[in-house]
Design a protein around this ligand. Structure first.
Ligand code: ADP
Ligand code: NI
Length: 217
């Protein structure tokens, strides 16, 4: 099998597997991450085959929806790749990327590191930023039935740690907990540039949000 055929089979497999996935982690999230990764690959030196496979398979099973089983995604990816006559080293690398790519896991919980992991992680994080990131965030907040914003609860946790409560916190808080921190966590120069633009867009969005909230014209 050629690499092109394997990529094409992987797309079909992922698309089918994510048919019933929620909006934030559906096939179109995968496709955006894959496209982000290809864009980064066009400017950085890395093993493109590994990056493409890992970006396609990185959310094949989200442990949040499988009783916290962190291993199910890597296991499914491995089992699929073994049906595709992919080299053992490539499979191991892809599986290590999937295990390490999530925001929480990050690089800190493991010794594994590679430029391919850096790229997939950047590609995934970019999809949490900008207009798409805002849409995904409010989609998530709506799913949890969280309020959009509550002026009584400080939106920026650093302003008042004591009053700040995390569970069912307004969706706006997620910007300060995660989204506005991501631009400084990018691994590659290419992703850092894109993140800076998307960051500015989110800052402007928040300014406008608070203006409208206060009834300013
Ligand atoms: P990832 O895809 O990086 O694993 P998550 O599963 O944590 O990210 O989140 C999926 C999407 O939902 C992302 O866009 C993320 O920013 C958003 N999200 C995560 N947690 C919250 C939250 N508490 N409130 C609003 N949006 C959230
Ligand atoms: Ni993802």
């Amino acid at each position: 099998m050629t690499q092109d055929q394997i990529i094409s089979n992987t797309k079909s497999y992922v698309k089918e597997s994510l048919e019933d996935a929620e909006g934030g982690h559906d096939w179109f999230h995968i496709l955006r991450v894959y496209n982000n990764a290809r864009h980064i690959l066009s400017r950085e030196t890395a093993d493109a085959f590994v990056v493409e496979l890992a970006s396609l398979l990185h959310d094949i099973a989200d442990s949040k929806f499988h009783k916290g089983d962190e291993e199910i995604g890597p296991r499914k990816a491995k089992a699929f790749l073994e049906t595709q006559s992919v080299d053992y080293e490539v499979i191991e690398h892809v599986v290590n990327i999937i295990k390490n790519v999530s925001y929480k896991g990050g690089h800190k919980s493991s010794d594994f590191h590679s430029v391919e992991l850096d790229i997939v992680q950047d590609a995934d994080r970019l999809d949490a930023l900008g207009a798409i990131g805002i849409a995904r965030t409010f989609n998530f907040g709506g799913f949890k039935n969280n309020p959009l914003y509550d002026p009584e609860i400080p939106a920026n946790p650093s302003q008042s740690k004591a009053e700040y409560k995390k569970s069912n916190s307004p969706t706006i808080n997620h910007f300060y907990e995660k989204l506005l921190l991501l631009k400084d966590k990018m691994n590659t120069e290419t992703a850092r540039d894109i993140a800076a633009e998307r960051h500015e867009f989110m800052e402007n969005y928040l300014d406008q949000f608070y203006k409208e909230w206060d009834g300013e014209r």
